[in-house]
Design a protein around this ligand. Structure first.
Ligand code: DLL
Length: 428
């Protein structure tokens, strides 16, 4: 499909979506009325900017099913986001939605280099989280063989990788690192496994982490992006040949980048801002201008020239740590830490407020092949780098291998103790 044909299809689907949302979901009717827009105001793709945003709070306020646009007997499945703060957000799918989702994930596999006869070890968590079952359906749709492992039971994961010899693994980057570590502890060489491709997502990960994983397993690692509110994994995926940002399935989703400080400004391709998506085919739960809070940039297509890519998401607007006035993201610290030979990719960022000022301590494991003395020297170099490159004074606390909690899904990097009594602070 040429770009012109694609845009014509997008417009047709967008007009349908906006009307479907307005006529069948009270929340959208109220939001559009308040903003003074109607579905008739959508004549071109750019007209989407006239419509109001949708946020996670909007979805929470309509918990659990008030955002659904079809009768319940047409909703075939429900998923929900983890909801670490407050109520989870709920999503529903019709048969047609599930079909499109499986297609989206199957295309991700294709771009990642999957081929006929491949076995795919799926270690995304099964259940309400969209990762496991979403990937599962896509793997089957692509005509490949799925090994439905889910997350956790690391010993068993290692055994199955050894015995079943999958060529592809789908998993979060932090959990793959946990698996790598465990293999090393058991004296296994991860470079000897059958794995050739890892499809990693559900959390931010840096290029340094990509190198660590690729070298550790001797494979190619590609990014996959998605979120429950849109459907789950498979909104976009990276090509194994280019490894340079994920192709967005623009026939299913309309992306926009807006200025993170002035949401009324839609930014041109190439400029960084908050990713906003509108669904184009979703029946059960159409979503209009959903604010992802993920920071990215829209780029021209590569492996699929007619579809734009998004730069790898390094951070979310709400991940930002403001330390005594200096803004920083966990991924910036990860990037600098992995530049130090004796420091590992296992780290936490602890925020405390011992007196009146906030303090940040980077708690990081040394690599087992280095001594504590060597690792502490790297810790001092890291402290210096953070001061020079980010502009903040932080403390570094190097710990022995295997002392920090391991991720079995999405890693939790920032531990915020600032509102807790000092007695509850970690003893460092
Ligand atoms: O994490 C869906 C998913 C599952 C994507 C498996 C990829 C693989 P949620 O739990 O709703 O859905 O979380 C969505 O996770 O807004 C991003 O902040 C973050 N995220 C997802 N993929 C990536 C990625 C799934 N590749 C939220 N890079 C999103 C960075 C990502 N962040």
């Amino acid at each position: 499909m040429s770009r012109e044909e694609l845009e014509a299809l997008q417009l047709e689907r967008l007009q349908w979506t906006v009307r479907h949302a307005y006529e069948n979901v009270q929340m959208y009717k109220e939001k559009f009325d308040e903003a003074g827009v109607t579905p008739d105001d959508l004549q071109t793709l750019a007209d989407i900017a006239k419509f109001p945003f949708t946020t996670k709070d909007d979805l929470r306020r309509n918990y659990p099913f008030k955002t659904f646009a079809v009768p319940m007997d047409q909703v075939r499945r429900i998923h929900a986001s983890s909801g670490t703060t407050g109520r989870p957000t709920v999503v529903g799918y019709t048969d047609h939605d599930l079909d499109k989702w499986a297609q989206g994930f199957a295309r991700v596999l294709r771009l990642a280099g999957a081929r006929k006869g491949d076995l795919v070890h799926n270690a995304y968590g099964y259940g309400l989280f969209t990762g496991g079952i979403g990937a599962h359906d896509g793997i089957e749709r692509a005509g490949l063989t799925v090994i439905p492992m889910s997350g956790g039971q690391t010993d068993r994961q290692i055994q199955m990788i050894h015995d079943f010899k999958p060529r592809i693994i789908t998993v979060t980057p932090s959990y793959l690192l946990t698996i790598l570590d465990k293999m090393r502890q058991e004296g296994l060489d991860a470079r000897d496994t059958s794995l050739e491709i890892a499809i990693l997502g559900a959390e931010p990960w840096t290029e340094e982490m990509r190198r660590e994983i690729e070298e550790g397993f001797d494979l190619k690692a590609v990014d996959i992006y998605g979120l429950s509110e849109l459907m789950g994994p498979g909104v976009s995926g990276e090509s194994v040949e280019f490894q340079d940002g994920s192709t967005i399935w623009e026939d299913l989703f309309l992306p926009e980048i807006v200025d993170k400080d002035d949401l009324t400004k839609v930014l041109p391709d190439g400029e960084e801002g908050e990713l906003v998506f509108t669904s184009l085919t979703k029946e059960a739960m159409p979503i209009i201008r959903y604010r992802t809070k993920d920071l990215s940039v829209l780029l021209p297509g590569d492996a699929r020239p007619n579809m734009r890519r998004m730069r790898k998401v390094r951070s979310r607007t709400d991940d930002m740590i403001i330390l005594r006035g200096v803004n920083m993201f966990p991924s910036q610290i990860e990037e600098l830490a992995l530049g130090q030979a004796a420091l590992s990719a296992h780290y936490n960022l602890e925020l405390t407020r011992p007196k009146r000022m906030d303090e940040l301590t980077v708690v990081i494991e040394r690599r087992p092949e280095f001594t504590m003395e060597e690792a502490e020297a790297c810790g001092r170099a890291l402290q210096h780098d953070i001061k020079i490159r980010i502009g903040s004074s932080v403390r570094i606390h190097v710990v022995d291998p295997n002392t920090l909690a391991r991720s079995e899904g999405k890693a939790k990097r920032v531990l915020d103790f600032r509102d807790r009594p000092i007695a509850e602070y970690p003893q460092r």
